[in-house]
Ligand binder design. Structure first.
Ligand code: NAI
Length: 348
């Protein structure tokens, strides 16, 4: 891969390669943009097959963070760190402390946090070397499931906004929602939907999670492969990316897709068009699932927990704004979200 070319294509500001022989750290820090403020984005640990895969993952994820922050007009940019290694067997305090020193040298241009494969304990190690880290012990994000709860809350409000825009009412009472994935976000989301009077159809590959949700919320269980074809008002992907594709879209019997999973459209243009052709409204994932980022921004600004919840409520209005841009400019909804983010990047 030509790193310069890729950086130019994705408009990446800076890529830092980190290496330390004694503790074996190999990491990449990608800073996509600091136009609106310091680049925020967690630290992922993963067994990448190649150096190219690690760099590409870092720059693409960093770019996603820029757009997520910008669409909400947050005073932050996007960044991401990736450590090459097995999160089960290759961790050490020394490695994370070394990464902390690399982050410290960036003098606040990049702020890290928990992501796939990393934990609060890892952030505590980084914290020994730099203040530019979130999700450490004692922070609100590190306590319990607050981040997942705020992500679920944002998705719930996004569903209401989508229903309002397409169906004329944001009231979810009596609506049917099919939730795919009953993990941290999906399960909490089911509780919010149930409280709002929605009927639930659920699926997970882990049958104990299905049983728990059936018991707690009187939900109807569907087999993992059958959830796409369930007749419902809203289909909520809360498990994996790429679930809107050539195989699944023809099965959909919903009016709206609104869920927490990242990168739901396998191919943005083609699969976005397929949904549009079928009259299905797609709520762009990165607008819906921004609750975690919004509360991180709140924490960095020293806001109280109650104010954080109010900040997450911006998902509702921002999503409506995205739908209106899409309608006025003849864009797909994900393109409209990008348009709004890019406008905010041009006018920080
Ligand atoms: P999680 O790992 O706690 O839960 C995922 C659930 O999906 C698990 O119960 C798993 O068994 C299930 N699953 C996996 N494959 C499945 C399949 N084929 N069919 C049905 N169920 C399947 O993850 P979490 O934290 O709940 O996140 C859900 C999604 O939302 C992920 O895509 C994540 O990237 C995204 N997200 C999460 C945020 C958070 O605050 N946790 C923030 C932003 C996005």
């Amino acid at each position: 891969m030509d790193v310069w070319k890729e950086m130019k294509r994705l408009h990446v500001e800076q890529v830092v390669f980190c290496q330390e022989e004694q503790d074996g750290l190999q990491a990449v820090i990608a800073i996509h943009s600091t136009t609106r403020g310091p680049a925020l984005g967690g630290c992922r640990m993963w067994m990448y097959d190649s150096e190219d895969d690690a760099v590409l993952d870092a720059v693409r994820l960093a770019r996603g963070m820029t757009y997520k922050a910008a669409v909400f007009g947050l005073p932050y940019g996007g960044g991401k760190a990736v450590i090459v290694g097995n999160p089960q067997t290759d961790k050490s305090a020394a490695k994370f402390r070394t990464l902390g020193r690399f982050i410290e040298r960036l003098q606040g241009r990049y702020v890290t946090g928990v992501d796939l494969g990393t934990t609060v304990r890892d952030m505590d190690w980084i914290r020994l070397e730099t203040a530019h880290v979130t999700d450490t012990t004692g922070t609100i994000m590190a306590a319990g499931d607050f981040t997942a709860e705020m992500t679920a809350y944002g998705v719930f409000l996004g569903m209401k906004a989508s229903a309002y825009f397409l169906l004329g009412s944001g009231d979810l009472n009596g609506r049917t929602v099919a939730v795919q994935g009953l993990g941290k976000v999906g399960f909490l989301l089911c509780g919010m939907l149930r409280d709002a009077g929605a009927n639930l159809v659920i699926a997970d590959i882990d049958s104990s999670r299905v049983e728990r949700a059936v018991k707690a919320y009187h939900a109807k269980a569907a087999a993992p492969d059958d959830i796409y074809g369930e007749s419902c008002d809203i289909f909520a992907p809360c498990a994996l990316g790429g679930v809107l594709n050539d195989v699944t879209i023809p099965q959909l019997r919903c009016k709206i897709v609104a869920g927490a999973a990242n990168n739901q459209l396998l191919e943005e243009i083609r699969h976005g068009e397929e949904l549009e052709k079928r009259g299905i409204l797609y709520a762009p994932d990165y607008v819906l699932n921004a609750g975690g980022l919004i509360i991180t921004a709140c924490e960095l600004q020293g806001l109280a927990q109650a104010d954080m919840k109010r900040s997450v409520e911006r998902v509702y209005g921002t999503l409506l704004q995205v739908f209106e841009i899409a309608q006025q400019e003849g864009l797909q909804t994900w393109q409209a979200a990008n348009r709004l983010a890019e406008q905010n990047l041009l006018h920080p």
